[in-house]
Design a protein around this ligand. Structure first.
Ligand code: NAD
Length: 482
């Protein structure tokens, strides 16, 4: 009754707390965005389940801490092995649950889940024991000590990938974790808890509490027993979490939304610019990093727009399990309507819809057509707010200074893409852009050692490499007299 068979996996619908499965009296439905079918009835946790999970994580902490980086690393590599052994099933499960393309789960996302775990396990083993240097004959001995229980809250657009981007470094650093996955995508986290168990990770080190943000999520971030809050999601939720965190002065790491620019200069390789612009529709536009504002030099704007429209018209929208599909469904009816609201308000405000502009009538369901908005009023909502769907807006500029001003003209600062034919010119442009990550003549190239995060309202702190450890660990300096 508490287990369902999906994508060749047994998925437990209960919380994973202290190595056991615990059910709540109430449940919520996990619904597939592909066809609206109900996949499972998931336990709907609240304060009691959160408290039990935090207590379990606290109890497990001393032994996990004392295992050291090598002991933890061995278990984490075993966990990554199990992710790889179940890769095909996990890819299928995640596609059922969040509607992202199966082939990208197979080739990119799930391999990255395993890599998130291995990478941070190895970093802890090889690079994080301590650093020592001398000051007037005294030894500064810096260590990254485990800090306690990390509360992890994640969104639905890349569920297990984003969860392990936090779980990997937290566990490698010696913390124990309580994960609250997004309520629209609860399934892969549940399977992950079983894999952690199977890998021999002690009970209570990895806990998963399912439920809604306002219930389980709010209880978790307000809990006085947690040492860290790492959150990926939207700006309004981050503000609510920050208020809760303030009561206990719990350190927070926030990876938030974006409205990133994609700048095309007049000397750019236009084929490349079009390729990169088309990529911004990946995951049906549900990517925080997407360059959703196309800022194109006026001298090449017409040529760019024509080639771009032709490429987008040829994109194949449909069932995300099919290999030929390039754009799948949106995650949820509520989200699709939210996306459409942005587009309709832009239209009413005088903007022109160059293509797309509504749900795909042939497919029905949650499929929204890739959309381009042009001639929107400067400063209007469609040019400043995060849509988080397959909706791009195009503006033109005359000078590089104007491009930078437009690019920096939102409250976000997550990413930017620059397509430019001259390195020195690109360097002048990027120097003045405010963004956590800038890609020049490329997109989405990620090194897990590099800092990742947002400026302005796009986040607080950075994840990746040593930045992750600086967050999850208590960094300590012990000074020894000569
Ligand atoms: P969301 O903020 O609505 O929800 C994210 C998570 O927070 C969910 O698990 C939700 O249950 C939980 N939550 C909601 N209210 C809460 C509360 N009061 N207390 C504690 N937890 C609460 O975001 P979403 O719609 O799931 O995800 C989309 C957003 O995530 C977009 O803004 C997107 O840009 C952002 N995002 C950012 C990154 C990044 O790395 N910067 C990556 C992916 C997504």
């Amino acid at each position: 009754m508490h287990q369902v068979q999906l994508a060749g996996l047994t998925v437990d619908t209960r919380h994973a707390i202290g190595g056991e499965r615990i059910a709540s009296a109430e449940t919520f439905d996990s619904v597939s965005p592909i066809d609206g079918s109900v996949l499972a009835h998931i336990s709907r946790g609240g304060a009691a389940e959160v408290d039990a999970a935090v207590q379990a994580a606290r109890a497990a902490f001393p032994a996990w801490r004392d295992l050291g980086p090598d002991g933890r690393g061995e278990l984490l590599h075993r966990l990554a092995d199990l992710v790889e052994a179940n890769l095909e099933q996990l890819a299928n499960l995640e596609t059922l649950d969040n509607g992202s393309l199966l082939r990208s789960h197979r080739r990119g996302v799930m391999p990255r889940v395993a890599m998130n775990i291995r990478f941070f396990a190895d970093w802890a083993i090889n690079r994080l024991h301590h650093e020592v240097w001398q000051t007037r004959g005294h030894d500064n001995n810096v260590s990254w000590d485990p800090s306690g229980v990390a509360a992890l809250i994640t969104p639905w657009n890349a569920p297990l990938m984003l969860a392990t981007w936090k779980i990997g470094p937290a566990l490698a650093a010696g913390d124990t974790v309580v994960l609250k996955p997004a309520e629209w995508t609860p399934l892969s986290a549940s399977v992950f808890a079983d894999l952690a168990n199977e890998a021999g990770i002690p009970p209570g080190v990895v806990n998963v509490v399912q439920g809604f943000g306002a219930e389980a999520g709010a209880a978790l971030v307000a809990h006085p027993g947690i040492a860290r809050i790492s959150f990926t999601g939207s700006v309004p939720t981050a503000k609510a979490i920050a208020r809760s965190a303030a009561d206990n002065l719990t350190p927070v790491s926030f990876e938030l939304g974006g409205k990133s620019p994609l700048i095309v200069t007049d000397d750019a390789d236009l084929d490349l610019a079009v390729d990169l612009a088309v990529e911004q529709y990946d995951n049906a536009g549900q990517v925080c990093l997407s360059g959703t504002r196309l800022l194109v030099h006026e001298g090449v704007a017409d040529r760019f727009a024509e080639a771009f429209a032709a490429r987008v018209a040829a994109l194949r929208q449909g069932d995300p399990r099919e290999d030929e599909t390039q754009i799948g469904p949106q995650i949820h009816r509520v989200h699709l309507e939210r996306i459409d609201g942005f587009v309709q308000r832009a239209r009413e405000g005088g903007a022109r819809i160059a293509f797309g502009g509504g749900p795909n009538d042939e497919l029905g369901g949650l499929y929204y057509r890739p959309t381009l908005v042009v001639d929107a009023a400067p400063g209007s909502e469609i040019l400043t707010a995060e849509v988080f769907g397959p909706v791009l807006a195009m503006q033109t500029f005359a000078t590089d200074e104007e491009a930078v001003e437009l690019a920096n003209g939102t409250e976000f600062g997550l990413a930017a893409v620059v397509v430019c034919g001259d390195r020195a010119r690109a360097e002048r442009l990027t120097k003045n852009l405010v963004a956590g990550t800038i890609w020049v003549n490329c997109f989405f190239v990620r090194d897990l050692a590099a800092p990742f995060g947002g400026s302005k309202k796009s986040g607080i702190g950075r994840e990746g490499g040593t930045w992750s450890f600086d967050f999850y660990a208590d960094v300590k300096n012990t000074v020894y007299a000569p």
